[in-house]
Design a protein around this ligand. Structure first.
Ligand code: PMP
Length: 392
C-alpha cells in the first residue's frame, strides 16, 4: 500500500491472470490459448502492415475489421466495435451500461447480476467503476438457470459458455432473459469468448446470440480473438450489438484512448475474421480432442463437467484441487486452480494438441494411481487397479 495511491486504487482487488512461466518449459494448459498457430494469412497481413505507415496513427474505428466482421456475422459495420482485447471491451461495457453506485440516478435496483462462479474479472470491473453487484448461485449441476436472474437489477453479464465450468446456456433462455431486461431498460452483456467451441458430441450447443441483436437492442455480445483465432498475443477483441450500444462503447473509448487497436493488430484481425475455413478446421480439432480427453478422464473416475469451450473443468477422484494442481505442476504441466468455495476441488484444463493432452493424461493416471494406492495396496481385482490397468 503506497501513500501515493488514491483511495480508489487502494480499495481495488485487481484480477490475477494465469501464470505465463519464463523459468521453465511447461505443457501450458492454464490460460485457454489455442494450441494451433494463427492462419498463415494473418501472419502475411501483419508482415505486410509492418511498413513505414507505422509512423501514422491507426484508423480510430478499425473500419477494415468492422466491415469484414459485418459480412461474416450478417450485421452492419455500425453494429461492430473493435478493441484492445475483449477484456478492454468488457471494461468499457461496465462503464457504459451499468450504473455507478454513486451516480445521481443510482437506485436500490441498480446492482448488476452475474453468477457466483464465473469469469473473475467481472467483480474487478465492478470495483473499478464502483458498480454494485449481486452474485446468483449456479445450480447444483453448475449450470446457469436464467430464470434466477429475472429479478429487478441494473443489468446482467455472463459468459456463454460459462467460465470456468464450460457449460453452455440454452439460447432460448438467454433471449427470454433479454426480453425481461428490456422491460426494465437494462442491458444483457453476453461474453462469447468461448462460443466458437460450442459443440458437444456433434450437437450444436452454446451458440451465439449475434443473430438476435437486430431484434433485441439490449443484448451486447463480446468476442475475443485470443482463443478462437489463436491471437492471444495480438490483443484484439470485438463486440456486436445494436447501434445505440456500440455508440455507448465509443463514448467510453473516446474518453479513454482514441486508438486502442494498432495497425498491426488491425491488419491481423481483419485477415483472421475472413479465414473461416482455417479456423473451423483447427477449432474442430480442439473440440474432438476435448471429447476424447473428457472421455478418458471419466474412465479414470474423474468428474468432468460437460464443456462447450476449449477447456474442461475436472475433479479427480478423492484428490483435492490444490494437491492435483501441485502434482501436475511437478510433472511440468500447468493448469488453473481457483481456490474458491464449491470449485476448490476442480481444475480448469485448457485443451492443447493431442500430444500435449497425452502427456497430461499420462500424468493424471500416474497421480491418481499414486493417490489410490496410498489408500489401497495394488491387487489384481480391486477397482482402482482395474481402472488404472495395473496388472500384478
Ligand atoms: N472473457 C472470458 C470469459 C475470458 O475467459 C477471457 C480470457 N481471460 C476474456 C474474456 C478476455 O479475453 P481477451 O482479453 O484475451 O480478449
Amino acid at each position: 500500500m503506497s501513500k501515493y495511491w488514491n483511495n480508489r486504487i487502494k480499495n481495488l482487488s485487481p484480477y490475477i491472470p494465469g501464470e505465463q512461466p519464463k523459468d521453465r518449459k511447461f505443457v501450458k494448459l492454464n490460460t485457454n490459448e489455442n494450441p494451433y498457430p494463427p492462419s498463415p494469412k494473418v501472419i502475411e497481413a501483419i508482415k505486410k502492415a509492418a511498413n513505414g505507415d507505422l509512423r501514422l496513427y491507426p484508423d480510430p474505428t478499425s473500419t477494415m475489421f468492422r466491415e469484414a466482421a459485418a459480412v461474416r456475422y450478417g450485421v452492419k459495420p455500425d453494429q461492430v466495435f473493435a478493441g484492445n482485447g475483449s477484456d478492454e471491451i468488457l471494461a468499457f461495457a461496465f462503464g457504459a451500461f451499468f450504473e455507478n453506485a454513486n451516480g445521481a440516478a443510482s437506485s436500490g435496483t441498480d446492482a448488476i447480476l452475474f453468477p457466483d462462479i464465473t469469469y473473475s474479472f467481472y467483480p474487478v470491473y465492478a470495483g473499478l467503476w464502483d458498480i454494485q453487484y449481486r452474485t446468483i448461485p449456479l445450480c447444483d449441476d453448475f449450470s446457469i438457470n436464467c430464470d434466477d436472474y429475472k429479478i429487478p437489477c441494473g443489468g446482467i453479464i455472463f459468459p456463454n459458455p460459462n467460465a470456468p465450468t464450460g457449460i453452455p446456456i440454452p439460447l432460448g433462455d438467454i433471449i427470454s432473459l433479454a426480453e425481461h431486461l428490456e422491460g426494465q431498460g437494462r442491458v444483457l452483456v453476453v461474453d462469447e469468448a468461448y462460443c466458437a467451441f460450442g459443440e458437444s458430441n456433434g450437437k450444436a450447443v452454446g451458440n451465439s446470440v449475434v443473430p438476435y441483436i437486430g431484434k433485441h437492442k439490449n443484448i451486447l455480445t463480446v468476442h475475443t480473438m485470443s482463443k478462437q483465432m489463436s491471437l492471444a498475443g495480438l490483443r484484439f477483441g470485438f463486440a456486436i450489438g445494436s447501434e445505440e450500444l456500440i455508440e455507448g462503447l465509443y463514448r467510453i473509448k473516446d474518453s479513454f484512448n482514441s486508438y486502442p487497436v494498432d495497425r498491426l493488430a488491425l491488419a491481423g484481425a481483419a485477415a483472421a475474421i475472413t479465414d473461416t475455413a482455417y479456423y473451423d478446421d483447427i477449432n474442430g480439432k480442439v473440440m474432438v480432442t476435448r471429447e476424447r480427453v473428457a472421455g478418458e478422464l471419466r474412465a479414470l473416475g474423474c468428474n468432468v463437467l460437460p464443456s462447450a469451450a476449449n477447456f474442461i473443468f475436472v475433479q479427480a477422484p478423492g484428490i483435492s484441487g490444490a494437491d492435483f494442481f501441485s502434482a501436475l505442476r511437478e510433472r511440468g504441466i500447468l493448469v488453473r486452480h481457483f481456490n474458491k468455495e464449491r470449485i476448490a476441488d476442480f481444475l480448469r484444463v485448457t485443451i492443447g494438441t493431442d500430444e500435449e493432452m497425452d502427456v497430461f493424461l499420462d500424468a493424471c493416471r500416474d497421480i491418481i494411481r499414486i493417490f489410490l494406492f496410498s489408500l489401497y495396496p495394488p491387487c489384481p481385482l480391486c477397482p482402482p487397479c482395474e481402472i488404472l490397468g495395473e496388472k500384478k
